[in-house]
Each structure stands twice: as structure tokens, then as C-alpha cells.
Design a protein around this ligand. Structure first.
Ligand SMILES: [Zn+2]
Length: 371
């Protein structure tokens, strides 16, 4: 099944291809956890197919077969440029991941790179230490200038293009401005703002929009079939900002369950059934990025509740005595929503425990809103 929320973007490309209006370069922007790698591969497959039938790939030609290979598919006319740097941060015994080549034909390595944030949810390694190196851009551009192997065009993809630094962006510019006629260059970025204007002005721009609540829920329902639990899905999607793949990763890790435990505990402390210390201990034993996500979203939902947004749209509030927690004064919630930022992990990739006192004062602030 091709993701419903990517269809508009794919159709946009398909249409430009059928009208022979395809730009030589496309920039795709959006949250990588929306499955943008699938969109890129679908676009590349269609472009490289030698025998398109009514504007769809034939699934039968040499090119289509190569791309649909079961094991480690590669295509000689499809190349990926990946950022490097993060692998050196990974544990040294993990030799396999440090062998990833930044300029590669490996579709698997491209997908893993696009799923970087999803694969690092637990440890909260950020993409900040990674960069697209200028020497890799140069070999990537050299490849673009060569002829194609199957004689049906070439596709060159830059994954996480927001990690281009100034000199690597400059090294790309000339090829990007004047690629060979039968070549499609695709840049994938988290947002257009993170690319230099010189690059932006040269390409067709495609924004992958965020997924609507019901569509995201339907995807999770389809994914989990009989195991699907609507309450859990709603919490996971809220934590994942409605990204279905991220929600699945969080759901599989049980983060939604941990989240439900913590908000029930806040509810119990609020009504005097449990002690403040129990809550602080539970928060301390939660991984810091997860704790930050849960508390931030919880405060936001409380504010939405106070703004009279229907409880049907507030999955966290469904889990608690909303009338009681809803009595926390708005001014306290506004202060808490500032204070929760002090609990945000520092983006070094090195886990840093928020000092106990910051957490304690956050809890005290929240409880001070009791009437
Ligand atoms: Zn084909």
C-alpha cells in the first residue's frame, strides 16, 4: 500500500512527467518520518522505467526489476548522497553501521538514513553532528556527469540535504544549475528554509504536508489490524505529532503506555491519592527526551482543554479527571509551559540528566495551581 498522504505529491510528479514538464531538479521538504523515502523511490522508479504504461511504471522492465529486488536492491543509474559523521558517534562494537558509504547505490542505506530520527528515538541522537561533506558532493557530481548504464536516464538523490554545509552547497551548485538532460536530481530536506536561496531557486519544490488525524488513525488501524487499540493509537499519534511511522515506533516501544501512567499519576497526586515524591521518582526514571515530550504535550492539552477544545480531540485528557486537572489556573499552565523547556535535553547527542531540582520545581509549580 502506498501511503495515502504521499499520493498528491506523487501525482504532481507524474503529471509533470506526462506533460514533459519535469524539472531537472526537485526539492522535497517535510518530516522524514512521514515516509518520504518511499515517495523518492516511487518517483525514481517511474522516471527510470523504460516502458511506462499510461504514466505508471511497468513493473516489468530491467529497471523496475532491479528496484523491486527482494534483497538489498540497487540500480546502476540511481545514486544516493548521504550525510556522514554520526556513525563515528555510535558504539565502536557496532562495526556494520560505520561501514555505510556516503555515496552509494544501496537503497537500504538511503532508507536507513531517512529513518535516522526514527531509529534513534530512544537515545535522542540528533542529526546535528552529521554533515554532507564537500568531497562526497564532488564524487556525487562526477557521477552525474557520466552517461547512464541502462540508457534510460539517471536519478541522483541527496538525503537530508539540510545537512549540506556552505562549501558542500557551493560544490553542488554548478551541477545543480546545469545537470545533463536525462538526469533528475532530488534533494530531500526537513524544510525549504534550511537550504541556501541559490539552490532553492533552481528546482521544482514539493512540500509533503502533515497527516490529518483520521487518516493517520486509519493507517495505524491498517498496520495493527486486530491488535489495534484506539486509545493507545491516539496517544502515540499525539506524541508523534501525527506522523504515522513515528507513532508506530513509539507504540512499539510502549511510550504511549508510559505516558498514560505518568498522566494518571499526576492526576492521582493532584487529587491527593499519591504523593509528590512518587511522581518525581516516576519522572526521574523516564528517559529525558521522552519525559520532555510527555510533559510538554500534557501541558499543551491542559491549555487546549481550558480553551474549551472538545475532549474528544484531547487523548491525554480522556485518561484523567479532566474537570479536576482542568481547574489548574491558566497562568500556572503558561508558566509551566515555559518551565518545561528547562527539561529539554541539550542537543549534544550525549545524554545529560536534568538536575533533580529542575524537575522538582517543575512539579511544584504544576501542583501550585491547585485550587
Ligand atoms: Zn519498468
Amino acid at each position: 500500500m502506498f501511503e495515502s498522504w504521499l499520493l498528491n505529491n506523487y501525482n504532481q510528479f507524474k503529471q509533470s512527467l506526462s506533460l514533459n514538464h519535469t524539472a531537472n531538479s526537485i526539492i522535497i521538504a517535510g518530516d522524514p518520518s512521514l515516509g518520504i523515502s518511499k515517495l523518492v523511490l516511487k518517483i525514481a522508479s517511474l522516471y527510470l522505467c523504460s516502458d511506462r504504461i499510461e504514466n505508471e511504471q511497468c513493473n516489468n522492465c530491467k529497471s523496475c526489476q532491479l528496484l523491486q529486488a527482494e534483497e538489498n536492491p540497487t540500480h546502476p543509474d540511481l545514486l544516493f548522497l548521504l550525510p556522514s559523521g554520526a556513525n563515528s558517534k555510535e558504539k565502536s562494537e557496532d562495526n556494520e553501521s560505520s561501514s555505510v558509504e556516503p555515496v552509494t547505490h544501496s537503497i537500504e542505506d538511503f532508507i536507513n538514513d531517512m529513518d535516522y530520527d526514527l531509529n534513534h528515538l530512544e537515545t535522542f541522537q540528533t542529526g546535528g553532528v552529521r554533515q554532507i561533506r564537500v568531497e562526497d558532493v564532488k564524487s556525487f557530481c562526477d557521477w552525474i556527469m557520466q552517461g547512464s548504464v541502462l540508457a534510460n536516464g539517471k536519478v541522483a538523490v541527496i538525503s537530508n540535504a539540510h545537512l549540506l554545509n556552505e562549501s558542500s552547497a557551493n560544490a553542488l551548485l554548478k551541477t545543480f544549475e546545469e545537470p545533463p538532460a536525462d538526469t533528475l536530481i532530488v534533494l530531500v530536506t526537513k524544510s525549504f528554509d534550511e537550504l541556501p536561496a541559490t539552490i532553492l531557486s533552481r528546482a521544482m519544490k514539493m512540500q509533503v504536508k502533515s497527516v490529518l488525524g483520521d487518516e493517520a488513525k486509519r493507517f495505524l488501524q491498517y498496520h495493527y489490524k486486530d491488535e489495534y487499540d484506539e486509545g493507545r493509537a491516539e496517544i502515540a499519534l499525539t506524541l508523534a505529532n501525527n506522523s504515522p511511522y513515528k507513532a508506530i515506533a513509539l507504540y512499539n516501544q510502549g511510550l504511549d503506555l508510559k505516558c498514560s501512567c505518568i498522566i494518571s499519576l499526576i492526576d492521582d497526586v493532584y487529587s491527593g491519592k499519591k504523593s509528590e515524591n512518587e511522581l518525581i521518582q516516576a519522572l526521574e526514571s523516564t528517559q529525558e527526551q521522552q519525559r520532555y515530550m510527555i510533559l510538554k504535550e500534557f501541558i499543551l492539552e491542559l491549555l487546549k482543554y481550558k480553551a474549551r477544545i472538545s475532549i474528544d480531540n484531547l487523548p491525554f485528557m480522556k485518561k484523567v479527571n479532566a474537570a479536576s486537572l482542568g481547574s489548574i489556573r491558566a497562568e500556572v499552565l503558561f508558566r509551566a509551559s515555559d518551565a518545561v523547556e528547562d527539561l529539554k535535553p541539550v542537543k549534544t547527542g550525549i545524554p545529560q540528566r536534568a538536575p533533580n531540582s529542575v524537575l522538582r520545581s517543575f512539579v511544584e509549580l504544576l501542583l501550585s495551581g491547585r485550587n
